[in-house]
Ligand binder design. Structure first.
Ligand SMILES: *Cc1c(COP(=O)(O)O)cnc(C)c1O
Length: 388
């Protein structure tokens, strides 16, 4: 290096990115020759459905898609989003100004605080949580006020526990149900309380609904926007990644308040140039095709969930059976911290899991297992745990 320039505080202040350190541990285990079962990262192992792949292959021949995309996304994609939303949640959206295409929902969530947070402003951020809510807030110069998600509150934030002066000062609140990492779900009464809180304190609600389509048994998650008043206070982030096994494609969308959507659009139009229109066309295929492809995906996860749950139960590990998401959030056995138990499972059983505290301090005492490996490997993982 010929120059020595200090990194910005916003980079230095970040907590270490969770998956990077797990990857290092994993690489070391592989070097030692251990046969690894990776239950760590929430990335579907099933390929994208073939009709979606085919649509991309065809669309790539369209030369008009080779130029810069429009900032807000193809109107036909946003129309497909509005139609899907109407069908799935019975919520009416204007594709012109209540829908915005994103380069994956992580991109939209990460940039969102730039639209509202000034230096020193507060965002209410859950813990444990997907790390981007906090990182995006810090990048905008803001501060995260942590809302702990506790088991005794069904992993919902306790809004009454937020001090009045913090609530008055806060500009944004992030929530995420079905929840990563706890797999908790939220019902209408919770969203009603959130909307009431937002109106009383003048706070924007950003709901991350990445797992709205990964659900089991007789349960079906609702959209935040189904609740009266939601569209006046908030925005909902969706992703095609988990629903259609499209994590690599980078496409998602935000819906909700026209005013809030436009503020996020303003940030994005100054930073990026939209999603490759070929990918948006594949996204249209995903949202408009026979949705039995999603039912098939759910079935696979549900089977794995049941195998894992039966195994964990026989070992005596405490957990809740998830009604949604592809995660199981289990309590570490007595005497183990999250980090201890993760290391124990890796070194003694070759199992990669995610320590709960990696999602924030309040995740201590838990480990997250992702249902993203085949049933046979799940059974093998259980056998190895039994032998410990
Ligand atoms: C996977 C995930 C996302 C990001 O999805 P992309 O659309 O692929 O960026 C967002 N939120 C949560 C909670 C996730 O787990």
């Amino acid at each position: 290096m010929k120059v020595k320039v200090e990194r910005a505080e916003r980079i230095k202040n970040l907590p270490p990115y969770l998956f990077a350190s797990i990857d290092k541990m994993k690489q070391e285990a592989i070097k030692k020759g251990i046969d690894i079962i990776n239950l760590g990262i929430g990335d579907p192992d099933i390929p994208t459905p073939p009709n979606i792949v085919k649509r991309l292959q065809e669309a790539v021949n369209n030369e008009k898609y080779h130029q810069y995309p429009s900032y807000e996304g193809l109107l036909i994609f946003r129309q497909a989003v509005a139609d899907w939303y109407k069908k799935r949640f019975n919520v009416t959206l204007n594709p012109e100004d209540e829908v915005l295409t994103l380069i994956g929902s992580k991109e939209g969530i990460g940039h969102f605080p730039l639209a509202y947070i000034n230096s020193g402003d507060i965002a209410l951020v859950p813990s444990p949580a997907y790390p981007v809510y906090n990182a995006g807030t810090l990048f905008a110069g803001g501060q995260s006020y942590i809302m702990p998600l506790k088991r005794e509150n069904n992993f919902l934030p306790d809004l009454d526990a937020i001090p009045a002066d913090i609530a008055k000062k806060a500009k944004l609140m992030f929530i995420n149900y079905p929840n990563n990492p706890t797999s908790a779900i939220a019902e209408k009464d919770f969203y009603k309380r959130v909307i009431d809180f937002a109106l009383r304190n003048n706070i924007i609600i950003a709901h991350d609904a990445a797992y709205s389509e990964i659900y089991f048994d007789n349960y079906k998650p609702m959209s935040f926007l189904e609740v009266d008043g939601a569209k006046e206070v908030g925005i909902e982030f969706h992703s095609l990644s988990k629903t259609y096994n499209m994590t690599g494609w980078r496409i998602g969308f935000a819906v909700g308040s026209k005013e809030i959507i436009s503020a996020l659009g303003k940030v994005k139009s100054n930073l990026d140039s939209g999603v490759f229109e070929v990918v948006q066309e594949a996204g249209i295929e995903a949202l408009t095709c026979d949705q039995s492809i999603v039912a098939d995906i759910r079935k696979v996860y549900q089977e794995r969930r049941d195998v894992l749950a039966a195994g964990l139960k026989s070992i005596g590990i405490e957990f809740e059976i998830p009604k949604a998401t592809f995660y199981v959030w289990l309590r570490t056995p007595k005497g183990f911290t999250s980090a201890d138990y993760t290391a124990h499972l890796l070194n003694k059983a070759g199992l990669v899991t995610t320590p709960g505290n990696g999602f924030g301090e309040d995740g201590e005492g838990y480990v997250r297992i992702a249902l993203t490996v085949k049933k046979e490997r799940m059974l093998e993982a259980i056998e190895r745990m039994k032998r410990l």
